[in-house]
Design a binder for this molecule. Sequence first.
Ligand code: HEC
Length: 448
Amino acid sequence: MSAVVDPHGHSADAPVHRKPELAGYVARFSGQKSLMEAARKTRDAGFKRFDCYVPYPIHGLDHAMGMKPTRLPFIVLGCAVVGLLTAVLLQWFTNAFDYKYIISGKPYMSIPSSMPVNFELAVLFSAFGALFGMLALNQLPKFYNRLFLLDPFQKVTTNGFFLGIEAADPKFHSQDTKAFLENLKPLELTPCMEPHADARLPRVIAPIAVLLLVVGLIPLVLAARMRAMPSNVPRIELIHDMDFQPKLKTQRFSSMFADGRGMRPVIAGTLARGDLRADAAFYEGLIPDQADGVDRALLLPNAKNPDGTTVQLDQMPWVSEIPLPVDAALMERGRERYNIYCSVCHGLTGKGDGLVTLRAMELQRGSPGIGTWINPISLSADPIRQQRVGQLFNSITHGVRKMPAYGSQIPESDRWAIVLYVRALQRAGSGTLEDVPEELKAGLTAAE
Ligand code: HEC
């Protein structure tokens, strides 16, 4: 029944340096039924390293061969756990250990907020586990399969039903196993030889590989050299349009204009929309008729007259009326804006006891000499009360001596609202006995 086929029939002239060794037997069966039967018997005989090769999947063949369920799920589970632990460790190390940083008020390490990364890494690791675990369990990739060298085995994709027992099986014995397989009545029985084809590579391959390696490294070496060495030549731009977009940037050259300037100078006699500030009373607190004669540079803090003397700000032509309709809404707006912008230094009542001031005084205590803090004067003090509203407005716009400017943060109408509220604070902070209603005067006690 069995026909022994020379496994080297088609590669006889290949140089063989070691004697071929028996790697196993391959038996061909007539069909699905006889193969199943053979598989069952082989399993019962106690063989472990054997396999069936068939042209299409056969239900129950794995059972007949005694194959255990795949271990892949456990590998995937293990990888998922490793991924999860990696994610937790990574987040703990970066957020809670190496570089503690509070992000949107969350704790350094918290399970709910770390969940997305935990999930992602667990999934990623299990996907890798599934792919590489499957490859490893199947012993893939395989560079060659010695079975492919057998002529009869070519039928495996059409109508061949094969069962092969490997020589590596502990129960394998060259004679006994052969007899066992012959007993199963196969169509043919083929010894499968390990050909041990020339294990050495052809001589030319090594130098060619080295050459290719060196050539392959040249671009990297060139790139590294270019990065490290200074050069007068412009850099090579691979993606030019992203680095040099045709938009205009501040202080940059532009080829679009004849003078090459990216930033355009203001055209004489024109104004940008919304830049017209004709109303000196509203925008500067100056009496419009006299505003033209005022050197605006003198309105800035610590400005000096041309002769070096301090500017007498009180002498400026300030308006004495708020150039807006004064009503409860403006007062309310002023109270709100004052509390936001001014109270930190001047205090809620304008007495000069804001938190910044108190803290600054506390810091100066005990270390005289380093203090440069100037306490703001009470807004109800006589010199400030006597100022016209225009000057108060100017103090907010440009700042005054040590006080910073708030013009860029507070729009004009809000500045006027604050001025109105400062006036109210001044009135409240400088009351006299006459201000107390008659009926309440009786309840007052004299304080010294
Ligand atoms: C960062 C703290 C700080 C803030 C905020 C602040 N000021 Fe002042 N302010 C001062 C100091 C300090 C002085 C005294 C400056 C000096 O004498 O050198 C002062 C002085 C003044 C004066 C007196 C000016 C003068 O002619 O002597 C007025 C009026 C005034 N501030 C109003 C305001 C108003 C209104 C706001 C809110 C828009 C405000 N300040 C916000 C610190 C502040």
